[in-house]
Write a protein that binds this ligand. Structure first.
Ligand code: GTR
Length: 422
């Protein structure tokens, strides 16, 4: 038994080593590729104004990304009930209000619950918020002992004390470094966060989470054009926004959706597919997020679909090792967010996510922002590290690794004040 376990671990380690070894990190080996022009329709017609973009170009791109990349949501599922299960007027040493809201969804005999943890500035009656998922439960983002520990499945992380797929007291506060809550509150912006595993556990299993709510007959998994996990997580963010529309303490017109890494891919898709989000932040989102797929630098479409078969819809696999065949690229995902403010950020040591590809994507998306007279990224030359470019489309690359830091939040807060809240 022990030998088999060791063998399995060995094979897994080798797979990871192989997948990383295979990745290209050499700029001179980036293939020649032609990027699709977002200002041309699929049959080659030029898009000359924002009206044509919104009606034609945007719509056909949105349809393509829906059916071939992230997958469509197969139906509607509304909030069955929303309950504030815990609150305080004196959180964070009296700086903020805390609210914990449970949203419940029902269909047949199925139930789904997720909890939104909010810290809201006392100085504002109806607060703008950053809305973003966390990786290991709401209780990990703060030391606050009142934050409810999720009962949902979690990936193990022994260094955080997470074993047997369960979240416990031991992991309280282990991710405080990624959430500059006090800086947000000081700037008059709230934070709303949700544990993503409550909407859909992050594993290749379509029997749990929200997916099965829409199965017909004996369906076991979504159809090829239907939603993977990223689309399911985005769905959850939109439901949180539905809730804010009914909730007086949050300004539903000033909700900025944020996400890191796989959850940055999620925030981009949420912002692209739901135009109610007032602004979008993608932190180190990489392949299938902000990075251009056709550069094949770092993680590739084939790699991501084999390591994480549940993230995208099955149709996306048609482009495994076949990025040339993609009639779109990720700059067009970013363009779907226009004319709303967008912030793309990278980290210097996060080559797996292709910082240059993330930057160029923001640059090429800016063409669409131009149609709306909104300033994007005006040069294709990458800025120096730690020197943000802040316009309606913003970008920075900071020193350090794949992570979310105070530096990142300082930029997001600054940009939010200038571009979203004014
Ligand atoms: C990596 C994956 C990336 C990124 C990251 C994360 O293993 O290859 O695409 O999403 O996980 O979400 O932390």
């Amino acid at each position: 038994m022990k030998k088999i376990a060791l063998l399995i671990i060995f094979v897994m380690v080798m797979q990871v080593a192989w997948s990383q070894a295979e990745a290209n990190y050499d700029e001179s080996k980036v293939p020649d590729f032609e990027l699709p022009d977002p200002l041309k329709t699929f049959n080659g017609k030029k898009i000359r104004n924002s009206k044509k973009w919104t009606k034609k170009g945007r719509q056909e791109l949105l349809d393509f990304f829906t059916e071939n990349v992230y997958g469509e949501v197969p139906g509607e599922l509304k909030i069955a009930s929303a309950q504030i299960v815990e609150q305080s007027e004196n959180a964070l040493n009296g700086k903020a209000k805390r609210r914990q809201v449970e949203l419940t969804f029902k269909k047949g005999n199925r139930n789904l619950h997720f909890f939104i943890l909010m810290y809201l500035p006392k100085s504002v009656e109806k607060a703008p918020v950053f809305l973003g998922y966390n990786f290991y439960g709401n209780h990990t983002i703060t030391e606050d002992v009142n934050v409810i520990i999720s009962e949902a499945w979690s990936r193990d992380n022994p260094s955080f004390g997470i074993i047997n797929n369960q979240l416990t007291e031991q992991s309280r506060g282990v991710r405080t470094n990624r959430w500059a809550i006090e800086k947000m509150i000081d700037a008059g912006i709230g934070l709303a966060t949700i544990y993503y595993g409550e909407v859909d556990p992050d594993k290749d299993d379509f029997t749990d989470g929200v997916h099965p709510f829409f199965y017909v007959d004996n369906q076991q998994q979504p159809a090829a054009s239907e939603w993977g996990s990223i689309s399911a997580w985005s769905w959850g963010l939109s439901r949180a926004l539905d809730y804010f529309e009914t909730y007086s303490e949050v300004d539903e017109n000033k909700v900025i959706v944020f996400g890191h890494s796989r959850l940055g891919k999620t925030s981009l898709w949420a912002g692209a597919s739901d135009e109610r989000f007032a602004g979008v932040i993608s932190n180190c989102s990489g392949c299938g997020g902000a990075a251009l797929s056709k550069r094949k630098f770092g993680e590739t479409v084939g790699r991501i679909n084999s390591s994480f078969p549940h993230w995208f819809c099955k149709n996306f696999r048609n482009f495994n090792n076949n990025e040339e065949a993609l009639p779109v690229d990720q700059h067009e995902l970013l363009a779907l967010i226009a004319p709303r403010p967008l912030y793309v950020a990278s980290a210097e040591e996060d080559q797996w996510a292709d910082p240059k590809g993330e930057f160029l994507s923001a640059f090429y998306a800016s063409k669409v922002y131009d149609l709306f007279d909104k300033k994007g990224i005006t040069s294709d030359k990458m800025p120096a590290v730690n020197e943000p470019i802040q316009n309606t489309v913003s970008y920075h690359i900071r020193t350090g690794k794949h992570d979310v830091t105070d530096f990142d939040w300082e930029q997001y807060i600054n940009w939010a004040k200038e571009q979203v809240l004014k």
